[in-house]
Design a protein around this ligand. Structure first.
Ligand code: SF4
Length: 330
């Protein structure tokens, strides 16, 4: 089976943007691929974060992924820092990656504008991403369009290392572009993001889901209930397309255009459908949260399975690069 690597930062609970934009796709992919799903905590520390909340956010992300349908028996689900080879290979790749490549990365240019003193970790973030994927010799990397540049860099790093040390050692991974469009935030911003506070958490209780959706921005033309709207201009309608039955999506569009209902009615239906979609996942999450030892064991098993593959790759890397191989005599 083709091998896939996917990473997600430990931002705590999954929100519907994460779910629709990435995780739902991974759940489907796990049936036809060998999937490595990694909670990338080393990546998360390149931006400001709360150390006191970090562990819990990592566990919450693991709960969210499993509750969403990631099956730890089918996939290798693990935490990045539990497999030390990620940072070792990233260091090695730093030695074949021209700094100019990293400075040209669009995400670096965007994010570095928000750092007073730009950190080396932010610059080298794509090198660690390359290590994440190439450590497992993954064939495919499911990504959004904004990540294409990063996969191209991974391929470039693989070519450079292979040219210098061992031809064809690392395969060049291919980007697998998801069909899901980027999910806009409830405030109408281009991106749904926990840091922007414009999300609905997947595991929110129904009344919390309603509280968030109630505040969602709609077509500004609908000032009063009597004003007709354009559903295509409304993010609530876009979300109906993901959470409501096709007949309801048509009904939403008709009622919006004909001013046959108010935005509150429309949002109420959406909130109920979102709550219903995630109801089994909330139940599963509660079971997982009630048994932290089992969750820890699951992550430990995932890390052990990941290390088996990673260790084999690193043994080859060290050998081809001429490192002194450790054995009992040294
Ligand atoms: S009726 Fe629904 S689709 Fe139309 S603007 Fe209001 S919330 Fe949006």
């Amino acid at each position: 089976m083709p091998r896939i690597f996917s990473g997600i930062q430990p931002s705590g609970e999954l929100h519907i943007g994460n779910y629709l934009g990435a995780v739902k796709n991974w759940v489907e992919l796990q049936h036809q691929h060998q999937c490595f799903i990694c909670i990338v905590d080393h990546h998360a520390i390149t931006q400001p974060y709360e150390p006191d909340a970090f562990e819990q956010r990592t566990l919450d992300m693991a709960v969210g992924l499993i509750a969403a349908g990631i099956d730890p028996d089918k996939c290798v689900l693990f935490v990045q820092s539990h497999v030390a080879a990620h940072t070792e290979l990233a260091w090695i790749f730093n030695a074949v990656t021209p700094i100019g490549y990293l400075e040209r990365m669009t995400q670096f240019k965007d994010k570095s504008q928000h750092q007073e003193s730009v950190l080396a970790g932010l610059l080298n973030y794509p090198v660690l991403q390359a290590a994440d994927v190439l450590l497992y010799k993954a064939d495919l990397v499911p990504i959004g369009e904004d990540q294409i540049q990063h996969v191209e860099l991974m391929r470039e790093i693989a070519r450079k290392w292979n040219a210098k040390y061992c031809r064809d050692f690392f395969p060049e991974p291919q980007a697998k572009i998801g069909t899901a469009k980027r999910i806009r935030g409830l405030d109408g911003q281009a991106k749904m993001s926990k840091s922007l506070g414009n999300t609905v958490a997947m595991l929110d209780e129904p009344d919390e889901i309603w509280e968030h959706i109630r505040m969602a921005q709609t077509d500004p033309a609908r000032v009063t209930r009597k004003d007709p709207g354009t559903p295509e201009k409304c993010n609530v309608y876009a979300l109906h397309q993901h959470f409501s039955a096709p007949s309801m999506v048509d009904e939403v569009a008709d009622k919006c255009r004909g001013a046959a209902w108010g935005c509150v009615d429309c949002k109420r239906v959406l909130a109920d459908n979102v709550a219903q979609t995630f109801s089994p996942m909330r139940e599963r999450a509660k079971q997982l949260q009630d048994d932290p030892k089992a969750l820890g064991d699951t992550l430990a098993t995932g890390a052990a399975r990941a290390r088996e593959v990673a260790d084999e790759t690193m043994a080859g890397v060290r050998e081809h690069m001429g490192y002194l191989i450790q054995h009992a005599g040294y």
